[in-house]
Design a protein around this ligand. Structure first.
Ligand code: AMP
Ligand code: MN
Ligand code: MN
Length: 316
């Protein structure tokens, strides 16, 4: 499966690994699993990750991430968990410094890039692909690598509960567990630990929830100023859709948050009847059937009306 990628890696020494902007557990898990694995092969490897949420600070070695490419040229860029080049946390300039590019991803609709691509939308997490990739590369999965892969798979499968979860996902999880990872602690940190300010953001999100189409559509918006007022960073404002989608009868849940650049990040979840990746693609974004997103332009009210119309059409 990964023969060609294996060959490219063999011929590369200076390697950068990069996930998407606003990295989630899967982007981080995929990047750092590759990072620690390639280090074992003696490669000069770095993870490019300019910004990430404090929630992930407990992961061993995450602080080794770098902000930019320092070399004039490098041998290989490995892009993970991103469907498009422009969603990678790397500047165009640094992207172009790479001699070769490998893409490992699981998004349904992709805008493929790179010399070698492996995209499987049936796999629930890029980290699961990375596990298979590293095994094929013959790299021994140690406890650190296992921790990252587990964190990545856990994040994208809702702790093995989303319908995307496969029997193979659990088989891999069991192998990771056998390596002695502290799975309970990973879960505690990623799912069960928040700042007090975030609890207030959740309350704000719920308080400001708008309900349409007999409760099938739930929407909430929080501005960048509000996020800052609560003492949070923008990365801390992730995950708000989860509270909206929990409400009985919800088919589409949307949480929008203002960003520092004045645009708005849309986070969409489906109850199962509506393929929200179609909605996201329509507005220039992407994602999966049950979880997708896009960037709303600055004129929030117009964008919201457009979204309402599209969702209304898909619900009827
Ligand atoms: P999120 O709501 O941020 O957790 O994102 C859910 C899914 O939607 C992720 O798998 C992303 O890949 C995808 N997604 C979110 N925002 C965008 C975007 N601006 N463009 C393309 N895909 C996106
Ligand atoms: Mn991701
Ligand atoms: Mn993913």
């Amino acid at each position: 499966m990964f023969e060609q990628a294996k060959e490219i890696i063999k011929q590369s020494n200076t390697i950068y690994v990069v996930g998407h902007i606003n990295p989630d557990g899967d982007a981080i898990g995929s990047s750092f699993a590759i990072y620690f694995a390639l280090k074992k092969l003696g490669k000069n490897v770095k993870v490019l990750m300019p910004k990430y949420s404090d929630n992930f600070s407990f992961l061993p070695g995450i602080k080794e991430a770098v902000n930019e490419v320092v070399e004039e040229k490098y041998d290989l860029l490995i892009g993970v968990d991103s469907s498009a080049k422009d969603r990678l946390a790397i500047s165009e300039e640094d992207f172009n410094k790479a001699d070769k590019v490998i893409m490992l991803d699981h998004h349904k609709i992709s805008d493929p890039f790179g010399d070698f691509r492996y995209i499987d939308p049936e796999i629930p997490a890029a980290s699961q692909i990375i596990y298979n990739f590293l095994v094929e590369l013959g790299i021994e999965i140690d406890k650190t690598i296992a921790t990252y892969i587990y964190a990545g798979i856990m994040s994208d499968t809702g702790s093995f509960n989303y319908s995307s979860t496969k029997p193979s996902t659990l088989v891999i999880a069991s192998k990771l567990m056998e390596l002695g990872i502290d799975f309970s602690y990973i879960c505690k940190r990623l799912n069960d630990t928040i700042k007090e300010a975030k609890l207030k953001l959740i309350a704000y999100t719920i308080d400001n929830m708008e309900v349409y189409y007999d409760g099938k559509f739930r929407y909430s918006y929080v501005s960048y100023e509000e996020i800052k007022r609560l003492g949070l960073d923008e990365e801390d404002a992730e995950g708000m859709t989860n509270y909206l989608r929990m409400v009985e009868g919800t088919e589409v849940a949307v949480a929008v948050r203002g960003k520092s650049d004045g645009t708005n990040k849309v986070s969409m979840r489906s109850g199962g009847k509506v393929d929200v990746s179609k909605i996201a693609i329509l507005f220039g974004g992407g994602g999966h059937e049950r979880a997708s997103g896009y960037t709303m332009p600055k004129d929030l009210e117009t964008s919201k009306k457009e979204l309402l119309d599209v969702v209304g059409g898909m619900l009827s």
